[in-house]
Design a protein around this ligand. Structure first.
Ligand SMILES: [Zn+2]
Ligand SMILES: [Zn+2]
Ligand SMILES: [Zn+2]
Length: 244
């Protein structure tokens, strides 16, 4: 956290160095999918040597999940075409307002505008053969989306699963879920609340995300139940997805 000198912010454990939440799903021979383009997307793409983004899925329109959208320009250049982006209506409204220069249709000298191909998410769909199942979640009063891809579900930025979500996440092997800090918050699960959801879904393994500096990686992992850990930047998980 900017300007903070707490033990976690000064920690030399690389797992305590956190950029904004995002995941990259690499499905060999099918597609490389990115979930969210936060303000750190450029740095994340450089660090993890991304050379391709076949499509972007957005969870919601908060700044920490969308402000790196402009960086898709480099992928337009490398891939020679627009990048399909998927979001719900509310998120598209925010994206259109926040990035008016992308959507206003005004030609710009030099052409420096990302080319994206907008798609509405209205239910499960296939993206380059990969099945994507949106998971309805509540982020305070805001409806947001988690995503299930086969055996894995990614549920960031939420403090409640919609009633319809429980069935959708049933039987997941790997669950990634919001757990901001120990103290309760109006729009994010606390660690205790996330553990209650994990106990109900019963995945083989669970990782918590969207962590604040109130939680040190090693100390928090040490007190979590077996099968639950804090995620960290650069964590790579092998999962199986549903492809055709
Ligand atoms: Zn701190
Ligand atoms: Zn949010
Ligand atoms: Zn967030």
């Amino acid at each position: 956290m900017i300007g903070c000198t707490c033990a976690v912010c000064r920690s030399t454990d690389p797992r305590d160095k956190r950029l904004r939440p995002s995941i990259y799903l690499d499905v060999p021979t099918h597609a490389k999918l990115l979930v969210d383009t936060g303000p750190d997307f450029r740095q994340q793409a450089l660090t993890h040597e991304l050379t391709r983004v076949d499509a972007v899925l957005f969870t919601h329109g908060h700044a920490d999940h969308i402000l790196g959208l402009d960086e898709l320009r480099r992928f337009n250049m490398m891939q020679g075409g627009p990048i399909p982006c998927y979001a719900n209506r509310l998120t598209w409204d925010t994206l259109r307002q926040t990035f008016s220069y992308i959507f206003d249709g005004v030609p710009r000298l030099g052409g420096g505008v990302p080319q994206i191909e907008p798609h509405d998410i209205t239910g499960p769909f296939r993206l380059a053969g990969v099945r994507v199942v949106p998971v309805p979640l509540w982020h305070g009063r805001m409806p947001v989306l988690g995503f299930r891809f086969g055996s894995v579900a990614y549920l960031t930025d939420c403090n409640r699963l919609d009633d319809a979500a429980w069935e959708i996440v049933e039987g997941v092997d790997t669950l990634v879920i919001d757990a901001l800090r120990d103290r309760p918050h109006s729009t994010h699960f606390s660690v205790q609340e996330a553990l209650e959801v994990i106990a109900r879904i019963k995945p083989r393994r669970a990782y918590t995300t969207h962590t604040t500096h109130e939680l040190g990686h090693a100390a928090t992992c040490a007190r979590l139940p077996a099968g639950v850990e804090l995620a960290y930047d650069g964590l790579v998980l092998d999962v199986s997805v549903d492809v055709e």
